[in-house]
Design a protein around this ligand. Structure first.
Ligand code: CTP
Length: 410
């Protein structure tokens, strides 16, 4: 059995600080915009923030406990330090005049300000208050100072009706725009407009209705690639063998069982001429063989020794490598070997040439199967890059950096 967190691919994380403005209800939409793009949101409320929207709403939507109390007895440790360390970006939305003033002064008198003081992540601040409060010289001075301090991106406020019906500059910016500011700080959108076909997981080849030939692929590497590619703006189709992993947000998923079904699903995406994707990342552990005669009824036990006749499956990526004209789609294969070091790289290079792909991600089985981390080498026709031990999410990003560069060249 796996330990609870061992296999978690680290997701990009935003701490969302909700302070006491009527616009707090719109923070729910910011959560939605982030969560649907695969971002983990850690909700943190000030005492007044919690008066506007209940903690249960944020806990439910984020699937993370909404925090309010610096001295939360349910958390073993220093909560503000934990949150500051986890968050890649901190969003303060809505940001009241009061929280902005406290940020500028470097106060740490509640969980939100302590977290902000402790974090080294970029901050998005979305002011929301009555226009006269925003126009006040003190607030103007504070906002200016926040800008000069250099870590905060200030989004809004905008002109519009505020809670009491008056119109002026003080209304919180559109939640989607605030989420977009956080997303752009989380990482590049360097795969925007690119169509990626990613395969993941094992294929399972039936012997009879209850037995099959399979392998130990967990699907986590392929799912991490699909997730990161979608976050980086790609349109991703994920063809997945039987695995119990949630579909990454924004990714279109096609479930298959056997290698032949995977072939058909890929064909459905790529079309006859392979033009349906700009890149194919073949992370699936496709079975090389399938039973020659799958039975429709269950094999009965007998006393004699039996043998199972297997016939080869098509090599899906090699077929694409052989049939593509030019360098589209870009092809990325994997080589999972029991060899290590130079032998691993040599075997990967052989695969690269035999299958006519652009990049092979070489893994040693003992350093990847069932683990959250991977030690891989990226092998191309011109060289190799031996990476250290990386989280599967980080490795996904390194592979996608190469895909981006190959697409620019192709
Ligand atoms: N692959 C494929 N179709 C197959 C088998 C493998 O597309 N029928 C792809 C895998 O998805 C992977 C790459 O080929 O990207 C290498 O898979 P691997 O199993 O390591 O290589 P094989 O060609 O099966 O070679 P061997 O088992 O002899 O190492």
């Amino acid at each position: 059995m796996n330990e609870p967190n061992k296999d978690r691919v680290r997701r990009p994380t935003v701490a969302l600080c909700v302070t006491g403005s009527i616009a707090a209800f719109k923070a729910v939409e910011i959560v939605r915009a982030l969560v649907t793009r695969g971002v983990r949101v850690l909700p943190v409320l000030t005492r007044s923030g919690a008066k506007f929207v209940g903690r249960a709403t944020f806990t439910g939507l984020c699937a993370e406990p909404a925090r309010e109390d610096m001295w939360d007895p349910s958390f073993p440790g220093e909560l503000h330090i934990h949150l500051a360390t986890e968050a890649d970006v901190v969003v303060v939305a809505p940001a009241t005049a009061d929280v902005i003033a406290r940020m500028v002064q470097g106060r740490a008198d509640d969980l939100v300000t302590a977290l902000l003081l402790c974090s080294r992540a970029p901050i998005v601040v979305a002011p929301a208050m009555h226009p006269r409060m925003f126009a006040h010289p003190a607030t103007q001075r504070n906002v200016r100072q926040l800008r000069e301090d250099g870590r905060a991106t200030i989004v809004g406020p905008v002109v519009g009706p505020v809670a009491n019906g008056e119109v002026g500059l003080g209304r919180m910016a559109d939640p989607v725009e605030i989420a977009a500011a956080a997303l752009s700080l989380l990482g590049p959108r360097d795969l925007a407009g690119r169509r990626l076909l990613v395969t993941a997981g094992p294929t399972v080849e039936d012997i009879d209705p209850v037995r099959f030939v399979g392998n130990r692929s967990s699907g986590r590497m392929g799912f991490a690639i699909a997730q990161r590619a979608a976050l980086r703006g790609a349109k991703v189709t994920l063809v997945a063998g039987p695995v119990e992993l949630p579909t990454p947000p924004g990714v279109e998923r096609v479930d298959v069982r056997s290698a032949l079904q995977m072939q058909a699903a890929m064909h459905g995406v790529l079309g006859a001429d392979g033009s349906g994707a700009d890149a194919v990342v073949m992370a699936a552990a496709v079975a090389d063989y399938r039973p020659a005669h799958a039975s429709t009824t269950k094999h009965k036990r007998g006393a004699e020794r039996i043998s199972l006749e297997l016939e080869p499956n098509p090599d899906l990526i090699a077929q694409l490598g052989a049939s593509r004209a030019g360098r589209r789609p870009v092809l990325v294969g994997f080589a999972l070997e029991t060899a290590q070091g130079d032998d691993l790289v040599r075997l990967a290079r052989e695969k690269l040439e035999r299958k006519r792909v652009d990049l092979v991600v070489a893994n040693a089985a003992q350093e990847s199967i069932g683990l959250a981390t991977n030690r891989a080498a990226l092998v191309t026709p011109t060289g190799e890059d031996r990476l250290g031990e990386l989280d599967k999410g980080e490795l996904a990003d390194r592979i996608l950096d190469r895909v981006r560069d190959l697409l620019a060249e192709a």
